[in-house]
Design a protein around this ligand. Structure first.
Ligand code: PMP
Length: 352
């Protein structure tokens, strides 16, 4: 009979729960921070030129062309760039690669909820520090000795962005450990720390094609750091899966980087829609944290978030509700098209 050990291995892990992906017609989906616009027309064109015969071959394991393109885009050398199957994979590999200390790694109590899952999965000790009453990260919390630091900037689900000086302070106080800055949402108004990687050999900045580039479906993420950190990332990758980014994904990600004007247009459109939505919500009695992302984190002065969530769902509008301490009276709402946000406001007007 098979032993029970394999069950005990993972008995304690509560896996990450992503936003629902229901198959329902006419749904307005504002629950997974996806981009409401399609990817660049150049991506569509590139997709049409994919030769299926070439798919019999393995993709480039080093994804050279994509890495060259990303290095060029950010003004870096190729030795500073790594790509993977979505930034979730890049982050998971980075946790495995860099968090080996007996000391706990440190991150905020309210942040991306995949971090504790990787800690359990890889048996990494961790400690969390509470955000302050305005949901800001306190950089001084990260002065105490630790096994590494992870900061989502802008943070999720709070949407609040911190300036580069804030990240610099954390880096200065943690020269002997790796500091991961997860910039999944940085293109919507945040400050990127990529420029600091020349100065700090302990910094790893993680990006994704899923949000600002409308490519969640192809699963491409990247990280940027000192060449030694990137070499270790490659060792870890090649000890697990040598081909994380498939041929199609590499090609489409490159095409997306070739269309800067489309990229800045849709990002600008989402920021404008966000600002309009925040104003309309304010009229209805909502208080919204200042967002630097493609989503907002908002609470109503008298109606509980859970009730609003249920009402919106009945109207086929899906937003994210976290039944967790401190944030249980907030909703995380992805910024959709202007028409989708109008529908949201109309539905809320009916409730309020
Ligand atoms: N980091 C943060 C903060 C996120 O919210 C997400 C999206 N769930 C990711 C990373 C992962 O994104 P992806 O794997 O699609 O690149």
């Amino acid at each position: 009979m098979v032993t029970k050990n394999f069950r005990d291995n993972f008995a304690k892990i509560a896996p990450y729960v992503s936003g629902e992906q229901p198959k329902m017609d006419g749904l307005i989906k504002l629950n997974s921070n996806e981009n409401p616009y399609p990817p660049s027309p150049k991506v569509k064109k590139a997709a049409a030129t994919i030769e299926s015969a070439k798919l019999s071959l393995y993709p480039s394991s080093d994804a050279e062309e994509l890495i060259d393109k990303l290095a060029d885009y950010h003004g870096l050398k190729t030795e500073n760039v790594f790509v993977g199957n979505g930034s979730d994979e890049v982050l998971g590999l980075a946790f495995r690669a860099f968090f080996n200390s007996e000391l706990p790694i440190a991150y905020p109590d309210i942040t991306y909820s995949f971090y504790p899952v990787w800690c359990e999965f890889f048996k990494i000790p961790f400690v969390t520090f509470a955000l302050d009453d305005s949901f800001r990260i306190n950089a001084d919390d990260y002065i105490a000795p630790n096994g590494g630091v992870v900061i989502t900037n802008p943070n999720a689900p709070t949407s609040i962005g911190e300036r580069t000086d804030f990240i610099r302070k954390i880096l200065d106080n943690n020269r002997d450990v790796v500091v991961i800055v997860d910039e999944a949402y940085v293109d919507f108004g945040g400050s990127s720390s990529i420029e600091l990687i020349q100065e700090y050999d302990n910094l790893l900045v993680v990006h994704t094609f899923s949000k600002s580039r409308s490519l969640a479906g192809i699963r491409v993420g990247a990280c940027f750091g000192n060449s030694e950190l990137i070499a270790v990332m490659n060792t870890v990758k090649n000890s697990f899966n040598s081909y994380p980014v498939d041929t199609i994904a590499q090609k489409l990600a490159i095409a997306s980087l070739d269309d800067e004007s489309y990229f800045s247009d849709i990002v600008h459109e989402i920021i404008t829609t966000r600002e309009n939505t925040v104003k309309a919500l304010e009229q209805l009695g909502f208080h919204t944290l200042e967002s630097s992302t493609n989503f907002i984190f908002t609470t109503h002065e008298s109606i509980h978030a859970k009730e609003i969530f249920v009402h919106l769902r009945e109207d086929k509008i899906l937003v994210r509700y976290f039944n967790k301490p401190r944030i249980g009276n907030y909703l995380r709402i992805t910024i959709g098209t202007a028409a989708q946000m109008d529908a949201l406001i109309e539905s809320l007007e009916r409730l309020i």
